[in-house]
Design a protein around this ligand. Structure first.
Ligand code: ZN
Length: 440
């Protein structure tokens, strides 16, 4: 019942402006608002009790019937903003006022609320006006209802609305704006921009990666009914980003250009690339909030030893006592206190699966209850950062080890992420190919 009262969360520029109802004359309000609200409440109660009208037997008569002999042709009404307006519109089309009110009430019970827009087709009896309604079909978004005359009232039945999804692709658009949002907002609904950013944020840093250009494209699926009206809300089904190479000031290294194309898999609603690899990484990119990378992964001149050594992790500069999070679900396997001899100071290791381990060094203190064997959840505070061990200042040294080999936490493509296989992968690829072909 709340569905239609929920304001659409997407940008109206991107969909059926042509479908919005024309301005309506002020309706004659012969249904008092109170009655509408009360009837709406009753419909909600019926729906809650499992008595939704959808359970009713569908009408045996064909929807959209042609003119019957001896009857005037069915009248399609212009889009009606709500059921009060409909009650006023019907008499203008020679429908008896009493029947108009009864039909509006029957539709209110069937739809659960009065707000539209509704599209209506009505068949009246012949003879001089005002005429009685023989049947009436109403549609709101993907919901259709047919009223058939029974004695002095109407019997309501649901009419299935066949929806055809259509793919719409935005142009490949340059990201030449101050923010990705600024570039994307004219191309798609806000809700889709947010989803786009969410699914891509495992691979791209939207705060820093984009101001120097690149391109994006979105694939959007929209539902059309059998008379070509856009109904419901658009869905993002493909997201593509081509990022230009840039110099990463945080890590102090150049980053190559890269691109990513992701598809939403209808089977589970999650996002995958063409190889079937989930967009979601199982590791947090940074296990401390708002921290700056003070030293990247790889060879560097060691600030204390004054010789080139291989830096096995990434350093995040952060003040002493900053919360350190578990990068993923796992089990603490090492919690080694500083004895003043270890270069890593207070050090923790968390094992995530048979391949993947993360390490946290130079800690000020371990989190409460952190001992080997304890299970931790992703994002749980496991320690406070500090500068214990051989350290030039407060920071977190973060290590990712895959099969015991340290890898760059900032670029690591986690093999532990979910992958589609078999029939599911085939289904994803069929869909992905169709979208890619459409985008050429
Ligand atoms: Zn370090």
């Amino acid at each position: 019942m709340a569905e239609d009262e929920d304001p659409p969360s997407f940008d109206p520029r991107t969909w059926g402006r042509r479908d919005l109802p024309p301005p309506q004359p002020a309706p004659a309000r012969s249904i008092p608002r109170r009655r509408l609200i009360a009837a709406g409440g009753a419909a909600a109660a019926a729906a809650a009790a499992g008595l939704a009208f959808l359970a009713l037997r569908p009408s045996p008569r064909r929807a959209g019937a042609a003119a019957q002999p001896g009857l005037p042709p069915p009248i399609p009404l212009p889009a009606t903003s709500d059921l009060l307006a409909l009650e006023a519109d019907l008499p203008k089309n020679h429908v008896a006022a009493q029947d108009s009110a009864a039909a509006a009430q029957a539709l209110l019970r069937a739809f659960g609320s009065a707000s539209g827009p509704f599209w209506i087709k009505v068949q009246t009896e012949g003879g001089p006006p005002p005429r009685r309604i023989l049947w009436l079909e109403a549609r709101r978004d993907a919901q259709g209802v047919r009223l058939d005359r029974v004695d002095d009232g109407f019997r309501a039945a649901s009419v299935p609305v066949r929806l055809t999804p259509r793919l719409r692709l935005t142009d490949a658009t340059d990201i030449d704006k101050e923010s990705f949002y600024e570039a994307a907002a004219p191309k798609m609904a806000d809700s889709l921009v947010y989803e786009f950013v969410r699914v891509m944020s495992y691979d791209f840093d939207f705060a820093n990666d984009f101001w120097k250009g690149g391109q994006f494209q979105a694939g959007i699926e929209e539902d059309y009914d059998d008379v070509d009206r856009l109904v419901g809300k658009p869905r993002l089904v493909m997201a593509f980003i081509q990022a230009n190479p840039f110099f990463d000031d945080r890590a102090g290294v150049p980053r190559p250009g890269r691109s990513k194309r992701l598809f939403r898999f209808a089977g589970d609603g999650a996002w995958y690339d063409f190889a079937g690899t989930s967009a979601v990484r199982s590791l947090l990119r940074t296990p401390v909030d708002g921290a700056r990378v003070s030293s990247g992964f790889g060879p560097r001149l060691h600030p204390i030893l004054d010789r080139i050594i291989n830096h096995m992790g990434v350093d995040f500069a952060c003040s002493k006592g900053t919360a350190v999070y578990a990068a993923a679900d796992g089990q603490v396997i090492e919690c080694r206190p500083d004895h003043g001899r270890q270069s890593y100071g207070n050090f923790m290791l968390v094992k995530h699966d048979e391949h993947l381990v993360t390490g946290y060094a130079h800690l000020d203190a371990f989190g409460e209850g952190m001992v080997p064997g304890v299970a931790v959840k992703q994002g749980q505070i496991i320690a406070r950062s500090g500068d214990s061990g051989q350290s030039t200042g407060p920071h977190l040294h973060f290590e990712v080890r895959y099969d015991k080999t340290p890898v760059d936490p900032l670029t690591f493509e986690n093999n532990a992420v979910r992958r589609l296989a078999g029939t599911q992968l085939d289904q994803l690829r069929v869909r992905a190919r169709a979208i890619e072909e459409a985008s050429r």
